[in-house]
Every structure is written in C-alpha cells, then in structure tokens.
Design a protein around this ligand. Sequence first.
Ligand code: NI
Length: 252
Amino acid sequence: MYFDTHAHLDDEAFDPDREEVLRRIRASGVERVVNPGCNAASTRKAAALADAWDFIWFAAGYHPEDLASLTEEGYGTVRTLAAHPKCVAIGEIGLDYYWDTSRKEEQKALFRRQLELALELDKPVIIHDREAHADCLEIVRQYPGLRGVFHCYSGSAEMAKELLKLGWYLGFDGPVTYKNARKAVEVLEICPPDRILVETDSPYLPPVPMRGKRNDPGNLTYICEKIGEVKGLTGEAAARLTLENGCRLFGL
Ligand code: NI
C-alpha cells in the first residue's frame, strides 16, 4: 500500500542489516521504493538493489553535494545506468546552498546538464533544493517539457503554487510531522491531492515519534497519517493516494 519515492537504502547506515530491513518493510506493506543515487558509486549500488529486489526501483544522478567528487568517468557511469530498465528518474540532482555557496555556477551547470539528460531520455527528475529556491525555480522554468518532483519540498507556499502550475509534484517527508512544521503544513494544505508524494529520505529525517533513530521506509505510516490529517483523509487513504501518484509520475 505504501510507495516511498525517496529512500537511500544504499546508504552505509544500512550496511549491518540491509536484508533484514528490506524484508521487514516489504512485509509491512511497503510496495514500492525509489532509491535515488547521489554519485556514480551510490547509483551503482542503487541499481544493484533494484536488480536484487522486485519492489525497488532507482534514480541515477549526481547530488550537488557530490560536486567535488564528480569526474567525467563517473558521469558516464551515471549516464549508462540511467538506461537500466529499473531506472525510473534522473536524481537526485539540484542545488544546495546550505553546505556550500562557493561553487554556485558549477552546481547550476551540473544541474542543467542532468535536466537535459532527463529530457533526452524522457525521464522525470528528482530535485534537491536546499536554500536555493529562487535559482531552482528559475532553472526549471527554462525546461518546460520537464516533469518531476521537488523532493522534501522546503520552499514557500507561493513558490509551490508556481511549481504546481508548471505540473510539478511535491515530496513530503518526516518534517511535516514536526511541531514547528508550519510552512510544510501550509504547502500541504494548498497542494492538490494528485500532486502529493510521500518520501522518507531514509536514513535521514525520521518522523515523529522516531526522531533520533535511523529512518526507514517502514515509517511512511506516520507521514501518511499526518498527510491524511491535513487533507481530511485516513492514513490508509493517503497511502493509497500517494502510491497512485508515485506510479503515475514514475511510470510504474
Ligand atoms: Ni535524498
């Protein structure tokens, strides 16, 4: 019943017990997961997980935080893996001005290059936008044929309206369950039901009441409960809705 459209199951946080976690979440009703890559090595790992598990798909991409490790050989690997039959998107890609503002132009160039790859391969994109809202919006506007999701959306309700008009989906994660989540809840309120995706961003961003622990897709239930509460649905209905939305965007 659940579709986690953004979980880093290849992360080393899962090295000690990955099989056990995957078996447990599959048994608990997680029907689909998209594992985005962050560089060549993690995209390769994500592809291997998708090969081994029938309920896992992946995305291929270079995260802006991985800019320093980018090589042409690595980019070629990501490009090749993007053609894999279980690669459903280019991601996660985008701009991150939280960690590093010194290489904005290089981040933008890498972002554009991957948006063009998505258009070339006719795949949706998974966008990471951290404290780079204006630049992300300006860039995606320049590619009207593009579709995809703003993962863990953290911009304003005003910008959300713009993105929704352009056809984008918005990803909601653990932070919607936090007490101080005013902005995320406001965005959820204005987001049409058919544009909501639910994500965990595992192993990061655990929802209430799992804060402080390693996050995994089994915690989607808490995020779906909250989405349901805001949209006047049961948690189960929110789960079904976001599963359908994810399948539509990623062509599953
Ligand atoms: Ni992520």
